[in-house]
Write a protein that binds this ligand. Structure first.
Ligand SMILES: *Cc1c(COP(=O)(O)O)cnc(C)c1O
Length: 389
């Protein structure tokens, strides 16, 4: 199946004896053995099959197969949340003494994981500024084992050249893990540029309707085998129900992303002309410092726009309270447009200095453009800008 849209719709679990057209929900904790011998062979990995839904389930397998097909990866594992997938990626593949090189601008909990949790097990890290390629090679150490990045980053919308970094990590024998949550496989496929693992919070654009939590890692088979072993015995698996929801969500990912992206671009262009705004950031705006890279690397600019209101935190608070249709929530990638103040919510655990280094200013607003009509999104933002000025 050549095209993305077709893979998203037609990669699906086989039919049961009922010949259903749409894949049913397999709410079962375990699976029965036809014989004692079959039970033994399944546990000995001599035959393939479901044993227990912490290990695998037809619904989670279908979701993993779809994600692997869309990301052009060999294999994968699905998790209860995006953070469970990122934690498992680190936990399964790193050991005490290992070092991780990470892009500085990361999702808030990923930042906490690297700075507060992994050091407990002797795993260290160095942050590198996304837009300073010369620093990456300098920051490598003999004990560096993994490079972990987000592109575009949350909420900084900084980009990293995947082809360049993929070549560097290959040359140095490092694992390149990419959190592809903001772009989704519809906009970019990091594995085709040399990423070994691609991680997702399926909670965002993959679900697309703010209903379920989920995470997934897809990537090279031998790494996924280690991840599967670790996950099987530590228990972060996705629930079959969430996998069933998310497999249906993927069927509409391409059409939804087209609308998220066209709404986000139109919003970014309109905001550049609005008074009372210091700056607007969006990968497909020519004013983005990495516009050329964005055009080369991404199919479209994504669903998230950020802007800084003049007047700092007080104005930002008034703006958030003045929106009437957009939802004030920490989530993104929803059919409903959402508005977030990162400095006081998603990235409030960072120190002032850490926030400044990733350009999270007190006046920064993050909008995740939803699927409403662009004129209604714009009207709400414009009236909120006026009322909060
Ligand atoms: C939300 C998010 C996560 C975490 O995902 P959860 O499903 O909330 O655990 C990780 N990375 C990025 C970029 C995110 O936006």
């Amino acid at each position: 199946m050549e095209h993305f849209e077709t893979r998203a719709v037609r990669t699906q679990a086989g039919r049961s004896g009922h010949r259903e057209h749409s894949v049913p929900l397999y709410l079962t904790s375990s699976f029965v053995f036809d014989s004692a011998e079959q039970g033994r062979a399944l546990f000995a990995d001599e035959v393939e099959g479901n044993i227990y839904s912490r290990f695998s389930n037809p619904n989670t397998s279908e979701f993993i197969d779809k994600m692997a097909a869309l990301e052009r990866c060999e294999d994968g594992f699905a998790f209860a949340t995006g953070m469970a997938s990122i934690f498992t990626g680190f936990g399964a593949l790193l050991k005490s003494g290992d070092h991780v090189l990470a892009s500085r601008s990361l999702f808030g909990s990923s930042h906490q994981l690297l700075t507060k949790v992994l050091p407990k097990w002797g795993i260290t890290h160095t942050y590198v500024d996304a837009a300073a390629p010369e620093r990456w090679e300098e920051a490598l150490r003999p004990e560096t084992r993994m490079v972990f990045i987000e592109t575009p980053s949350n909420p900084g919308l900084e980009l990293i050249d995947l082809a360049w970094l993929g070549a560097l990590t290959k040359k140095r024998g490092l694992i390149l893990a990419v959190d592809n949550c903001f772009a989704t496989p519809y906009l970019q496929t990091p594995a085709e540029h040399g990423a070994d693992l691609v991680m997702h919070s399926a909670t965002k654009f993959i679900d697309g309707q703010g209903r379920v939590l989920g995470g997934v890692i897809v990537g090279r088979k031998e790494l996924i085998n280690e991840i599967r072993f670790f996950a099987r015995h530590t228990g972060p698996a996705m629930s079959p129900f969430n996998a069933w929801v998310l497999s249906k969500s993927l069927e509409t990912l391409a059409v939804r992303m087209d609308r998220h992206c066209s709404n986000a671009l139109a919003l970014a262009q309109a905001l550049e002309k609005e008074p009372g705004i210091d700056s607007v950031k969006y990968p497909f705006l020519p004013s983005h410092p990495q516009y050329a890279l964005a055009k080369r690397q991404m199919r479209q600019g994504g669903g998230v726009v950020t802007f800084t209101v003049s007047g700092g935190y007080e104005r930002a608070k008034r703006f958030i309270d003045a929106v009437t249709m957009l939802s004030s929530t920490a989530n993104l990638g929803d059919a409903r447009s959402t508005v977030t103040h990162p400095a006081s919510t998603t990235h409030s655990k960072l120190t002032d200095e850490e926030r400044a280094r990733v350009a999270i200013t007190p006046g920064l607003i993050r909008v995740s453009a939803g699927l409403e009509h662009i004129d209604d999104i714009l009207a709400d933002i414009r009236q909120a800008l006026r009322r909060s000025s």
